[in-house]
Design a protein around this ligand. Structure first.
Ligand code: GLU
Length: 485
């Protein structure tokens, strides 16, 4: 297998969101699978869109997802520097080479004149192409002067690993700007030079670059560079409508999901499988399985729809998988910042007991905040919630009070508050009261938790302990008795 040398080349214009991180994941998988190289290159030449701190956010996201890079910021490498602004002189040198070869020119035309060309073409209803207005004689390049490519428009054919065999006519090829007025290169130019110098042999990026590819092919040709494998990744679509998922549709940053308690394993799994599959029904993949099974030719060529429900389902699967494989003690370490405030004064061993009975209901780790409060402090007492429960409301208040009397008598007689004894006691209560489990257990569950869900009742009571259970049941019983007076 050919070693894939590839890169993730984000522009530091903000956070990485769900919609754009696949251009990191797929190249990473391809590089790892082939024993190749995954490079991180920061394309920071667009000063107007530069956002301070964005590079750190990008690196943080990659590290969290486990997409470690072999060359790039923080670690360096044989092609350093990896920030394009630090490579500025190099692009100018390369542009000058093209000038010397007659394939580029310094362009002194001022922006107003350029605008008038545009207006003229619009008025004539002909497509605006700068090459039709190319200055006849270009001056010697001086700082402050853009450099443009001297295009060689002709029909072009190429292969895209996702989109298949493609072709484009001369009408999409133009004298693109290589070096801007500010001396910095355009993306269109800088990435060609960098990919070549960094030996990149596979370029995977969003499909939005497809329309510019004929210009890139012309540049490869002008430099005599071998074209890398081209991989156009279709957009991720917003949950509704037929549009690309973007920050405006509320596409959250990848790390926001981390803060909401999504596991990196689940996020990587979900995003890798959004628009790629290995042809089987498998849904849960570890990173090593993804590395092993990934193939470019199974990337879908149409947009995949983002589905948060599926992501959260997958996260739930991963929570169970990790607990099963690593045990509660190891998994607990990942949960420490997600407990409710009220859990602060409790020791780890108690929280681990709570985790052990609730983990299989979690979709995210932050569900712990919502779902475990009653293990740490008395829940908000709300007799209405009890009385309006769909099972409990079938019973009269009098019946309820006497049921609670029977329940408390039975439970208080348990000396050893073990899961087993609790289970037996609850089963006996079903027999002696003749109630259905849904009725009797809902009554007890709500009385001790006032929560919409809880783990199995015997386990919940066991973790709560006898004292807390009896005191909460007593409180409800008293309230019902008072109500009847
Ligand atoms: N800097 C470009 C972007 O952030 C990268 C495109 C590419 O991977 O070449 O969209």
């Amino acid at each position: 297998m050919k070693k894939i040398i590839t890169r993730f080349a984000p522009s530091p214009t903000g956070y990485i969101h769900i919609g754009n991180v696949r251009s990191a994941i797929y190249p990473y998988l391809a590089a790892r699978q082939s024993g190749g190289t995954f490079i991180l290159r920061i394309e920071d030449t667009d000063q107007a869109r530069y956002v301070k701190g964005a590079t750190e956010l990008i690196m943080d996201t990659l590290k969290w997802l486990g997409l470690e890079w072999d060359e790039g910021p923080e670690i360096g490498g044989p092609h350093a520097p990896y920030f394009q602004t630090e490579r500025k002189d190099l692009y100018l040198e390369w542009a000058k080479k093209l000038i010397a070869d007659g394939r580029a020119y310094a362009d002194p035309t001022d922006p107003n004149t350029i605008q008038s060309y545009r207006d003229e073409d619009n008025a004539k209803k002909v497509p605006y192409l700068y090459r039709n207005h190319r200055p006849e004689n270009s001056p010697e390049w001086q700082p402050g002067m853009p450099i443009r490519f001297k295009s060689d428009p002709k029909p072009r054919k190429w292969h895209d690993e996702v989109m298949g065999n493609l072709s484009a006519g001369p009408e999409v090829q133009d004298d693109i700007v290589l070096i801007k007025k500010d001396g910095l290169p355009t993306y269109n130019f800088a990435h060609i030079v960098d990919d070549f110098l960094m030996n990149v042999n596979m370029v995977a990026r969003g499909v939005e670059y497809l329309s510019s590819t004929p210009n890139y092919l012309a540049l490869y040709e002008a430099f005599g560079i071998e074209q890398p494998l081209l991989v156009s990744l279709p957009h991720i679509l917003a949950p509704q409508g037929n549009k690309k998922l973007g920050k405006r549709d509320g596409a959250k940053s990848v790390t926001e999901y981390r803060d909401d308690g999504v596991l990196p394993e689940a996020m990587l799994n979900y995003l890798a499988c959004l628009g790629w599959n290995d042809g089987t029904e498998q849904e849960i993949y570890t990173k090593s399985e993804l590395i092993e099974k990934f193939s470019l030719d199974r990337i879908q060529n149409s947009g995949a729809r983002y589905d948060e429900v599926k992501l959260l389902w997958m996260n739930g699967q991963w929570i169970r998988k990790l607990v099963d494989e690593q045990g509660i003690d190891a998994f607990y370490e990942r949960t420490v910042s997600f407990w409710p405030k009220s859990a602060k004064s409790y020791d780890d061993s108690y929280k681990k007991r709570v985790l052990a009975i609730i983990y299989d209901r979690l979709k995210t780790l932050s569900d712990l905040r919502e779902m475990t409060g009653y293990f740490f402090e008395d829940p908000k007492f709300d007799i209405e919630q009890l009385l309006t429960n769909k099972f409990v409301k079938k019973l009269s208040e009098q019946e309820l009070a006497s049921l609670l009397e029977t329940v408390t008598a039975k439970l208080s007689s348990i000396d050893d508050w073990s899961e087993e004894n609790l289970k037996n006691a609850l089963n006996e209560l079903l027999k002696t009261t003749g109630k259905k489990p849904a009725e009797l257990f809902s009554l007890i569950r709500i009385s001790v938790s006032f929560a919409p869900f809880s783990p199995a009742l015997d386990l919940t009571l066991n973790v709560l302990g006898k004292e807390v259970t009896m005191s909460r049941l007593g409180k409800v019983k008293n309230a019902l008795l008072l109500d009847q007076q």
